[in-house]
Design a protein around this ligand. Structure first.
Ligand code: S3P
Length: 440
């Protein structure tokens, strides 16, 4: 059984420098693309979390050699469609929607049925959003329960490029179709609502024939099947989604300062910074540099006493989708009412996060108005919690656990937060870093 974290004291004033672990989206994409390349690729600062380890296990089951060294991970790719495996193979994506959805894109030619399973949380999430477009390539899917894992995929040898409209702003859907395009003859054309663009940048870097035309709300992407992908080394930068917990910890703490080194600040990921700055947070980017199309920077944060509510423009939703839970904590302390809308996707995550965000704020004594796709948060600049709060029964969602920890450390009260192990999906060193920050 997973352990419970008890917090009784607020975090002390701090002035520290930290580094968070590697970006999860880039780690999983590197693993999957390296498996399709020819020869030895090395990934440095790869996130060693359960989601990424599940990705490594999956490609191993598909016949790809993986070696984990102290400083890097090595993958011996077998080229596009180079997977080799026995009959009745089962792949376990565990808690990872990104792995579950992206890997299906690589399997659209699989000559034998492959079963995909996941944990309790992933088995509640919708897979039709990805099996519908992949069926258009020619793959067949077999569900036990409609649109939910477990499912089986049987590929088609004559997979052909498709035309696809991605209108949820989901990078998982877009990327799964992009990976399927590697295995299909002809051109795949995608019209995609704006979402994180790591796959596009990696395709460009790998010289896969890709064209991206950007318009205000949509990107138009054309991909032609490449002849081959060459092995590539990659240095994974720090994860902005993991950094967000410490950004908010610092904003809400007393008189504190934090420098987070070497974080990926790809413009399609930094909605959290834009939103928090609009709310009056003191955040600045230092020492910016480019790395293979990605942008990397140190982030300097200072505590703030003058936070104000926001009517958050929904065009920022996709670039902050994993950070809303901690953004809600800032709204709880801000002056005035904050309003976040068009956020139905937030209930499609590892747990229904829009509902849970509201529930936790209510437990903290913060008033909210919740609909199925929006939340109003009535901020309390003087919010201080003195009561006991227990957070449990939330499908072991890592981000619910970490959000609750940040709330406990900044608003006070006596907290018991269940499922300590949930952090292993995305950020196993989360509590160690908290300790470093809290020790003089
Ligand atoms: C991810 C995309 C997002 C995000 C997830 C990681 C990715 O999901 O929530 O944590 O790496 O592509 P959606 O594509 O469902 O929005």
């Amino acid at each position: 059984m997973s352990k419970t974290l008890s917090i009784k004291n607020k975090i002390k004033k701090f002035n520290k420098q930290i580094q968070v672990s590697g970006d999860k989206s880039l780690s999983i994409r590197w693993v999957l693309l390296a498996s399709q390349a020819i020869g030895k690729s090395k990934g440095y600062n790869l996130l060693m979390s359960e989601d990424v380890l599940a990705a490594l296990d999956s490609i191993k089951k598909l016949g790809i050699k993986v070696k984990i060294h102290n400083k890097y991970c090595e993958i011996l790719g077998e080229g596009i469609n180079g997977f080799k495996y026995k009959k009745n193979l089962t792949i376990n994506a565990k808690n990872s929607g990104t792995l579950g959805r992206l890997i299906l894109g690589l399997l659209i030619k699989s000559p034998k049925k492959i079963r995909l399973i996941g944990d309790k949380s992933l088995s509640k999430r919708d897979f039709s959003r990805i099996t519908l477009p992949l069926e258009k390539f020619g793959a067949k899917f077999y569900y036990k329960t409609k649109n939910k894992l477990p499912l089986s995929i049987l590929g088609s040898q004559s997979a052909k490029g498709i035309k696809y409209l991605e209108d949820k702003g989901s990078a998982q859907c877009k990327s799964s179709v992009m990976l399927a395009a590697l295995n299909s003859s002809g051109t795949t054309t995608i019209k995609a609502k704006k979402s994180r663009n790591h796959s596009e940048l990696l395709f460009k870097y790998l010289k896969i024939p890709i064209r991206v035309k950007k318009t205000k709300n949509y990107d138009f992407i054309d991909i032609k099947q490449p002849k081959k992908i060459m092995a590539f080394d990659y240095q994974i930068p720090g994860d902005i989604s993991s950094s967000a917990f410490f950004i908010v910890l610092t904003i809400l703490a007393n008189n504190s300062k934090l420098l987070i080194k070497n974080v990926n600040i790809n413009p399609s990921r930094i909605g959290v910074i834009t939103i928090l700055k609009k709310m009056g947070a003191k955040i600045s980017l230092r020492n910016q540099k480019d790395y293979r199309g990605e942008r990397i920077s140190d982030i300097l944060i200072q505590s703030s006493n003058n936070l104000k509510g926001i009517n958050c423009p929904s065009k920022l939703n996709s670039s902050a989708i994993d950070e809303f839970l901690v953004i809600f904590l800032v709204a709880a302390k801000a002056k005035g009412i904050s309003y976040f809308k068009d956020l139905a996707e937030l209930n499609q995550k590892e747990s229904p996060r829009l509902n849970w965000g509201s529930k936790i704020l209510n437990m903290m004594g913060v008033k909210t108005e919740l609909t199925k796709d929006s939340i109003k948060i009535y901020g309390q600049p003087d919010l201080k919690i003195t009561k006991s709060i227990t957070i449990k029964n939330y499908l072991k969602d890592h981000r619910i656990f970490m959000m609750s920890t940040i709330a406990a450390l900044t608003f006070g009260g006596q907290w018991k937060i269940h499922n300590k192990d949930s952090i292993n999906s995305s950020f196993p060193t989360f509590l160690k870093i908290i300790k470093i920050i809290n020790n003089k």
